[in-house]
Design a protein around this ligand. Structure first.
Ligand SMILES: [Zn+2]
Length: 523
């Protein structure tokens, strides 16, 4: 099977093809088409397929498990029976974090002791490492995007294949959300040992729907769709935002290290691929919006200044370069400003003319709208909310100054307030939700500092709404409540202001919405 395509022949219960004879026919056509192996589910299907094809078979056993969700090969007895009675050469087991909670590693060890070839379906690198330590013969990216921990991802990510390839010494098989031959090729180029495709080959209903959407989209002749790219320090996210505000074709790729030239080449590549993919799917890209770290001249789309985190980025003429590459009008904005634009057009601040968006994560940033317009300042350096001084000669900040709001309200501040025993902000927030006294006190301390810094912003701008975004506010209702109370105590005429404090609802692709919002605003 090395270097080959395998086909997954499965259908959900309600699919007219969901019967062993139909799936065996799919397997037969896959064999005729040159596939080198078949993946199939359950005793009846695997047996029917064994009867008509000579290819190696990967068997799985999907069952509704005790938490009410499907688990792949959750029972050792059924796995053994499947191998014994169907003639399948291999068995795949869900070894995700959830699978492991239901004993997956023990199942892998036991099946290996039986002498079986065991494949591990995983979603994350650490799960692959654990599976291989337990004896798995290969890892499959099948579950990426389908577990709680990876649910925020969409689309196939060849970057995961490359990372898995580095992390484990066994074959890495790419599976999951591979819908086009180009994606299968990208998986091989990223180091996959083989590729498994299912839906795109064996689900005529889904294939039909893809054509239907492309035809109807192209036939509508809409005013035009907007492309958005959000280049962050870790990942570059992208997508198409349609005229009615829906996000389509979204995904992300890792942002490369290196200097400005490497970043620009990366951004051009993402822009070109996104444009081609959008056109191929029947969209009509009219403009491209880009969000990036650093201060940006919104009129020229040139980076006015970027810190040493992005060496050589200062002075890059992003709009000009991408316009030349894609042929589309390109609009560029600072990433925190773009988030405010996203809230203004698509989020909590629709129909609000005066609001401030504050992002609390590794850093603290923001964007301010006054009288319906994003404030840039005279040199495009406005909205550096994280560097508002709140403690005279306080703790040193990454910007070189001391006592900045960021040092007292970012993710590492929260961990610092919580003291020993907490690895990251997420853990502190979870513990606070669970009632842990130290963690709750840490959240309340951060709320006090945040209120202190935010009060000066509110006094200056008198906004109607504060929108909070970023990791520190995720599922952190305690912070929100405390901030509301602390702010009331620190503002003049709080009763007359009717100031609302809300969290962003735009999720993982907020920056893509933001980039698109910037393009819509200016285009
Ligand atoms: Zn600072």
């Amino acid at each position: 099977m090395e270097g080959k395509l395998l086909v997954s022949c499965q259908a959900p219960d309600e699919d007219p093809f969901a019967q062993p004879e139909s799936l065996a026919r799919f397997a037969r056509t896959a064999e005729m088409g040159g596939a080198a192996g078949i993946r199939a589910n359950g005793m009846a299907d695997v047996r029917a397929i064994r009867d008509v094809v000579k290819l190696p078979l990967i068997a799985i056993d999907k069952q509704v498990w005790s938490d009410g969700r499907i688990l792949i090969t959750g029972s050792l007895e059924r796995a053994r029976e499947l191998l014994r009675t169907t003639g399948a050469e291999m068995i795949a087991v869900d070894v995700t974090a959830r699978g492991q909670r239901f004993g997956a590693l023990d199942r892998v060890r036991a099946l290996k002791q039986d002498g079986a070839i065991v494949l591990a379906d995983i979603a994350r690198v650490e799960e692959a490492v654990a599976a291989v330590e337990a004896g798995a013969d290969a890892v499959l990216s099948t579950m990426h995007g389908y577990t709680d921990e990876t649910a925020h991802t969409t689309g196939f990510d060849p970057g995961l294949i490359a990372v898995l390839r580095q992390a484990v010494p066994v074959p890495v098989i790419a599976e999951g959300r591979i819908h086009r031959p180009e994606q299968a090729a990208a998986a091989m180029q990223a180091g996959a040992w083989a590729v498994i495709v299912g839906t795109a080959i064996t689900r005529p209903e889904v294939i039909t729907r893809g054509f239907v959407e492309a035809v109807e989209r192209a036939g509508r002749g809409s005013a035009g769709d907007v492309l958005g790219i959000d280049m962050g320090g870790t990942n570059t996210k992208y997508g198409v935002v349609t005229a009615d505000g829906a996000l389509r074709g979204q995904g992300f790729v890792p942002t490369p290290g290196g200097g400005g030239a490497a970043l620009l080449a990366h951004l051009k590549k993402v822009a070109l691929e996104l444009t081609a993919q959008a056109r191929g799917d029947g969209f009509r890209p009219a403009t491209l919006g880009v969000a990036t770290a650093g201060w940006v001249d919104p009129h020229t789309g040139r980076v006015a200044y970027a810190t040493e985190n992005l060496p050589g980025w200062t002075g890059t003429r992003i709009a000009e370069e991408l316009q030349g590459a894609t042929g589309l009008p390109v609009y560029v904005e600072n990433d925190a400003n773009a988030l405010a634009a996203a809230e203004s057009r698509f989020g909590a601040a629709r129909d609000v003319r005066d609001f401030v968006c504050i992002t609390l994560g590794t850093g603290v940033g923001g964007g301010c709208y006054t009288n319906g317009r994003l404030n840039h300042g005279a040199h495009f350096f406005a909205n550096a909310l994280g560097h508002i001084p709140i403690v005279m000669d306080g703790l040193p900040c990454t910007c070189g100054l001391r006592g900045c709001l960021e040092v007292y309200a970012n993710a590492s501040a929260l961990v610092r307030y919580a003291g020993d025993g907490f690895g990251d902000a997420e853990q502190v927030i979870a513990a606070a939700r669970g009632g842990d006294a130290k963690a709750r006190e840490a959240v309340l301390t951060l709320a006090r500092y945040l209120a202190f810094g935010t009060a000066s912003i509110v006094q200056l701008l008198d906004p109607e709404l504060l929108v909070l975004a970023g990791g520190v506010v995720q599922e952190n209702e305690l912070l929100l409540e405390a901030l509301r109370a602390e702010l009331r105590a620190r503002l003049t005429v709080p009763e007359q202001r009717a100031l609302r404090v809300e969290t962003s609802g735009l999720g993982y692709y907020a920056g893509v919405y933001g980039a698109a919002a910037v393009a819509l605003e200016r285009g």
